[in-house]
Design a protein around this ligand. Structure first.
Ligand SMILES: Nc1ncnc2c1ncn2[C@@H]1O[C@H](COP(=O)(O)OP(=O)(O)OP(=O)(O)O)[C@@H](O)[C@H]1O
Ligand SMILES: [Mg+2]
Length: 352
């Protein structure tokens, strides 16, 4: 398989829109990288530069030590799976999966073996004689993956492959992709705007905003130690709560609530005395306690947990309590906080 290096990649489109700024990433052999970020942040552009479907404006792309920055897509040995499958309607599943190999004038027996093997991996053995129109959305997406697998490419690229599927199928197909990755041990770049997909699939996540990489790290690193307010708000569901305030006399103080800092936090925030900071608290890190009183606006039961939405003064907060709750609007719940993140209000960077 393959190692991939993206070095200082820029993309400036013809209309002078810069979609990607100085993108740097070393992908290890067999690694599954997920590019995540909101619509328009440059995910597809980055992927398309790797595929060779967009020119690279500046920087270099290296695969297994070889510079492929200007190599035509067909020579790159990279397979891309798109959101909209792009299957040939008049061909059977078998013919769709075999097509790229037929174009390459592969031996017929080799083609047959490869298609059967890919169909087996993807659970499509019984569907090979059907046309795409006779398949479900999930099956079509698997055919699209099959077309990539038969090529045994060096690198697989996926651009939001699950976004046309309903929620249940998306979960199931996501698990299939994870199993596929473990089975093929292939190098993969996977684009999504869905943080759940990123957290569940990735060996490492690249979180992007407006063309800039905000953080690269394992799912746990991005969840536990977000670099800045953007990453903190993007990763985690429901999103982190943010409270603007100041550090004063060993306390975090905001107009609506305040709490004492522990020794570690005092050390961390020593340089921020009387300065503005943002406290970030994940809903799952709000517990029942005595630091503030949450006035409930909405109670959402999720089974093992309950999302309790409410306010402390004018500050809105969402707590995810690890029990079944039946609060009514207006009820008051004593709460406390653990694992509080602090961010510099001016730079938006995490205070470490
Ligand atoms: N062919 C193009 N010409 C000019 N600008 C483009 C072109 N393609 C994309 N852009 C712009 O580049 C930026 C990044 O687009 P890109 O498609 O990479 O975003 P994305 O992260 O994949 O978003 P989405 O989640 O909506 O697919 C956007 O501002 C977009 O409008
Ligand atoms: Mg896109």
């Amino acid at each position: 398989m393959a190692e991939l290096k993206l070095q200082h990649l820029d993309k400036i489109y013809d209309n002078n829109v810069q979609a990607v700024y100085d993108f740097n990433l070393d992908v290890a052999d067999g690694e599954l990288i997920v590019l995540v970020g909101p619509s328009g942040c440059g995910k597809s552009t980055t992927l398309r530069m790797v595929a060779g479907l967009e020119d690279i404006s500046a920087g270099r792309l290296i695969i297994d030590g070889k510079d492929i920055t200007t190599m035509p897509p067909k020579d790159r040995d990279i397979a891309m799976v798109f959101q909209n499958y792009a299957l040939y309607a008049h061909m059977t599943v078998y013919e769709n999966m075999a097509f790229s190999l037929v174009l390459r004038k592969e031996n017929k027996n080799v083609i047959h073996q490869k298609v059967l093997a890919a169909a087996e991996i993807l659970g499509l053995t019984d569907q090979l004689n059907k046309k795409p129109a006779q398949l479900s959305g999930g099956q079509r997406q698997r055919v699209a993956m099959g077309r990539a697998i038969v090529r045994t490419p060096k690198v697989f690229l996926f651009d939001e492959p699950l976004s046309n599927l309903d929620a249940k199928l998306r979960g199931a197909t996501r698990r299939e992709i994870l199993l596929l990755h473990k089975r093929l041990k292939a190098t993969m770049l996977y684009v999504t705007h869905d943080q759940t997909e990123a957290l569940t699939l990735a060996d490492r996540i690249v979180c992007m905003s407006m063309g800039h990489v905000q953080q690269i790290g394992t799912p746990l690193e991005l969840y536990d130690m977000p670099n800045n307010l953007f990453v903190a708000s993007f990763i985690g569901l429901p999103p982190m709560n943010f409270i603007e305030g100041r550090i004063k006399d060993g306390r975090f103080v905001s107009p609506n609530l305040s709490f004492a800092l522990d020794d570690a936090q005092k050390t961390l925030l020593a340089a921020y005395s009387d300065k503005e900071v943002v406290a970030g608290i994940r809903p799952e890190h709000i517990l029942k306690g005595n630091d503030a009183v949450l006035k409930v606006t909405l109670n959402e039961n999720l089974g093992q947990t309950t999302l309790v939405h409410g306010t402390v003064g004018k500050q809105k907060l969402t707590a995810k309590l690890r029990e079944w709750c039946d609060y009514e609007r207006g009820d008051e719940v004593g709460i406390t906080f653990e694992n509080v993140h602090f961010f510099d209000k001016e730079t938006t960077n995490a205070i470490r």
